[in-house]
Design a protein around this ligand. Structure first.
Ligand code: NAP
Ligand code: F7E
Length: 342
């Protein structure tokens, strides 16, 4: 029997990769997109152009996770086998500017879905997109499923609520509700204001004379970066387990923003020389400054170092990342260069 999946957040980076994966696995995929005065489906438009749509395998519904009515009525109408909650205001820095909206979306949104499942059909399996930001000011290195949370942003705090309400509905009502605790994952489809995309896009554009400078914030925080394509495979596997559970998904490798930047520049054959410190730090090509630091890109509180351990996912999901940082950057660069060629 064809399985039905419902994805909240289908228009985002992960929603795009996950819907492709599920369509390949012969699912009927339903997605929720927000009403907008302009088009917001660019990341899934190319799926629309292929035969999946003619076969009515990809169906979009208008809705918003801040609106209980739309959440309830879409779930009731679709009555899927699996729900993936990827919808979020996912930008950490933005969450300091709009903490109330971030909490409504990233915390209460999860509750709205869980409560609808409870009232409509307790057999629906549920995946919650948790984040390494929940570890924040890390209590141990590397971070595992047992590491206590210490979130450092309204985004991280909201995701901690979602983690616990998911676990609570699992324990209280025996709903199959699982948390992924995903570390940073990137791809050519990453939003343009996240640091990896900003760096790859910025350096490619500088190399081809389309941009003069790139402005960044803290170059010294450390992240464990994987590829979104690998991580959506883990997300799907989490819902195929016999029992609901929580899983850390990561690569186990850590790099600073500056290392990411230098690796990208080397691949583009751009020879950077760094001078200065703090807000005065700059990178030059010959004598031209191309990277400068701006205070506005620093956060009120930072997550300095994240690195995970995916041992449980390897053992129980038979999952490990296929991409390393090199192949991730290559994929992102190739995409940018093709766009610039066009
Ligand atoms: P993303 O590209 O920012 O996508 C977020 C999605 O949520 C978009 O489809 C967005 O719609 C939708 N959305 C936002 N507010 C909504 C609302 N009020 N109602 C309905 N939909 C709403 O994020 P991503 O990188 O794909 O990440 C997917 C999920 O994983 C998010 O929950 C994120 O917090 C979490 N996560 C991401 C990472 C990572 O490194 N990428 C790591 C850990 C956890 P629009 O297209 O209309 O904006
Ligand atoms: O920042 C530093 C910044 O915004 C990474 C989201 O997907 O992953 C993501 O959150 C680091 C931070 O990702 C700039 O201060 C320096 O230390 O790319 P980011 P994030 O905050 O780690 C987690 C796991 C999620 O769950 C989130 O949804 O880079 N940084 N300069 C900068 N960051 C940005 N955005 N822009 C800069 O100019």
């Amino acid at each position: 029997m064809t399985k039905k999946a419902l994805i909240f957040g289908i228009t985002g980076q992960d929603g795009s990769y996950l819907s492709r994966l599920l369509l390949k696995k012969n699912y009927e995929v339903h997605g929720v997109k927000r009403r907008s005065s302009s088009f917001n489906t660019s990341r899934i438009d190319n799926i629309y152009q292929d035969p999946f749509v003619k076969k009515k395998k990809l169906i979009l519904h208008y809705g918003d996770i801040t609106d209980s009515n739309s959440v309830f009525s879409i779930i009731k109408k679709v009555n899927p086998n699996e729900i993936y909650n990827l919808a979020a205001q996912s930008h950490v820095a933005v969450s300091f500017e709009i903490p109330e909206y971030t909490t409504n979306t990233d915390a209460l949104g999860t509750l709205r879905i869980l409560d609808s499942i409870l009232r409509i059909n307790k057999k629906i399996k549920f995946y919650q997109a948790g984040s390494s930001e929940m570890f924040g000011k890390v209590m141990e290195v590397p971070q595992t499923e047992n590491t206590p949370f210490y979130p450092r942003s309204p985004y991280g705090v909201a995701k901690v609520y979602s983690h616990w309400i998911t676990k609570n509905y699992r324990e209280s009502y025996k709903i199959f509700a699982s948390n992924g605790i995903l570390f940073n994952h990137e791809s050519p489809l990453r939003g343009e204001t996240f640091v990896t995309k900003k760096i790859v896009q910025g350096l490619c554009r500088i190399k081809f004379g389309k941009q003069k400078k790139l402005f960044l914030g803290n170059l010294y925080s450390k992240r464990d970066w994987g590829h979104a394509e690998d991580y959506v495979m883990a997300i799907w596997k989490i819902l195929q387990q016999k029992n609901a559970d929580d899983f850390v998904i990561c690569t186990g490798k850590q790099f600073t923003i500056k290392q990411f930047l230098n690796m990208t520049a080397r691949k583009l054959k751009m020879s950077l020389s760094w001078k200065g410190k703090g807000l005065n730090e700059k990178a030059f090509i010959k004598n031209k400054p191309i990277i400068e630091i701006k205070k506005k890109y620093f956060r009120p509180s930072e997550v300095d170092k994240l690195v995970g351990n995916y041992r449980k996912a390897k053992k129980r999901l038979n999952w490990k990342p296929k991409h390393d940082l090199n192949s991730l950057i290559d994929d992102m660069i190739n995409y940018e260069l093709k766009l610039l060629e066009k």
